[in-house]
Design a protein around this ligand. Structure first.
Ligand code: ADP
Ligand code: DP6
Ligand code: CO
Length: 361
């Protein structure tokens, strides 16, 4: 009987979309708790496209916590995984599966181990916010497994300790990560500004320029920037606070011209502070620059902006079109400038089965 009871496994699977910042987070004031030096705002993508799927399992047969990412075992010894696991375990509750006769008491969670299998359906560590979808999904699925009763705001503060950008993936629509003031990070949480229905004519197109893993992770890149760039302080103190206010208003009013101006300017300034880092960090490449020129020229020739661009810590473009008509025209332009079967990696992604064309939210 004792042996029988060792055999059960209880599993939960969750899916979490990635989010792309339109006002970027770059720089921490606390490395361990992951507290940012400025607020940030992002849009959460449709989970049908860029997302992480994570299955978490618990069993008395497991004798240590283990994790597999995209099929390969990874170490959970890093502080970020440990912080998330500890915070969720501390909030675990009784769990009962009546049908299978499984009962886990709140206090049992201290001695039970979990196995985690996670899969990203888009390039990992290539500047498409895999850490955001990944840690949000990890925290969400563990919270479900352990019957944690916290709301998404509290869960966002735990996901933040896995990766800063992850706190924003707990909500759909447009989301703000409030940097907070408290030293313990209790007020550094994500809040939803508007839900996914608010601005549903927007269409987001991801142009995958390269799916290779970046040379400088976001974590080490922003640490080097804070240590060596003089521009970053000006950005965090003077520029971003004003942009946050303007961006919130643009989103609420669905003011695409202001939204585009702020989104593009903030992406460009983020890459400027990367260049101002010593040694300089280059996340964008020639193809990224060509995409920027193409969009800038088009927006200028139209008089009113049709598409906003933003690039995270990688060369891949996130293009936000004002509506379906502009999105279709954008795809035509991309196909013209980056024709199929030419040398740029982008082509196969835009026209092939990896192309992504989806309403925001
Ligand atoms: P990205 O631009 O993709 O967010 P980062 O450098 O910020 O790149 O983070 C990449 C790291 O995030 C990976 O090396 C891994 O440690 C972590 N990560 C990515 N996907 C997941 C996942 N599904 N679950 C847990 N951690 C993940
Ligand atoms: C450029 O959240 O990946 O994507 O907190 O160290 O895990 P860590 O970094 P991460 O940084 C994201 C940087 C960014 C901008 C953003 O998402 O706001
Ligand atoms: Co990241």
């Amino acid at each position: 009987m004792a042996e029988e009871s060792q055999k059960w496994v209880l599993m939960v699977t969750a899916q979490t979309p990635t989010n792309i910042a339109v006002i970027k987070y770059w720089g921490k004031r606390d490395e361990n708790l992951i507290l940012a030096i400025n607020d940030s705002i992002s849009v959460t993508l449709d989970p049908a496209h860029l997302c992480t799927t994570t299955t978490v399992a618990v069993s008395p047969a497991f004798n240590e916590d283990r994790m597999w990412l995209n099929g390969k075992e990874i170490s959970l010894s890093g502080g970020r995984y440990q912080n998330c696991l500890r915070e969720i375990r501390a909030r675990a509750n009784d769990v009962e599966d009546e049908k299978r006769g499984i009962k886990i008491a709140k206090k049992d969670w201290e001695n039970l181990h979990v196995h985690i299998a996670s899969y990203n359906n888009f390039p990992t560590a290539a500047g498409l916010a895999s850490s955001a979808a990944g840690f949000a999904c990890l925290v969400y699925s563990l919270a479900k497994l352990m019957n944690v009763q916290e709301d998404n705001g509290r869960l966002s503060a735990i996901a933040r300790q896995g990766s800063g950008s992850a706190c924003r993936s707990l909500y759909g629509g447009f989301v703000k990560w409030v940097m907070g003031k408290e030293e313990n990070g209790s007020d550094s949480v994500a809040v939803q500004l508007v839900d996914e229905k608010h601005w549903d004519e927007l269409v987001i197109i991801i142009a995958v320029v390269s799916s290779r893993q970046k040379e400088t992770s976001s974590t080490s890149g922003m640490l080097e920037t804070v240590e060596t760039s003089a521009l970053i302080e000006h950005r965090a103190r003077e520029v971003v606070p004003k942009r946050i206010i303007q961006m919130e208003e643009a989103i609420r009013k669905r003011d695409f011209a202001t939204f585009t101006h702020l989104t593009c300017a903030d992406s460009n300034q983020f890459h400027a502070v990367c260049l101002d880092t010593s040694p300089p960090i280059f996340y964008m490449n020639d193809t990224s620059h060509r995409i920027i020129s193409c969009v800038e020229k088009w927006n200028r020739s139209e008089g009113t902006p049709q598409v906003a661009y933003t690039f995270d810590a990688g060369p891949n473009a996130v293009l936000i079109a004002r509506n379906r008509t502009s999105a279709a025209l954008l795809l035509q332009r991309l196909l013209f400038h980056f024709p199929p079967n030419s040398e740029t990696d982008l082509n196969s992604y835009v026209i092939g089965d990896k192309s992504i064309l989806k309403d925001a939210g």
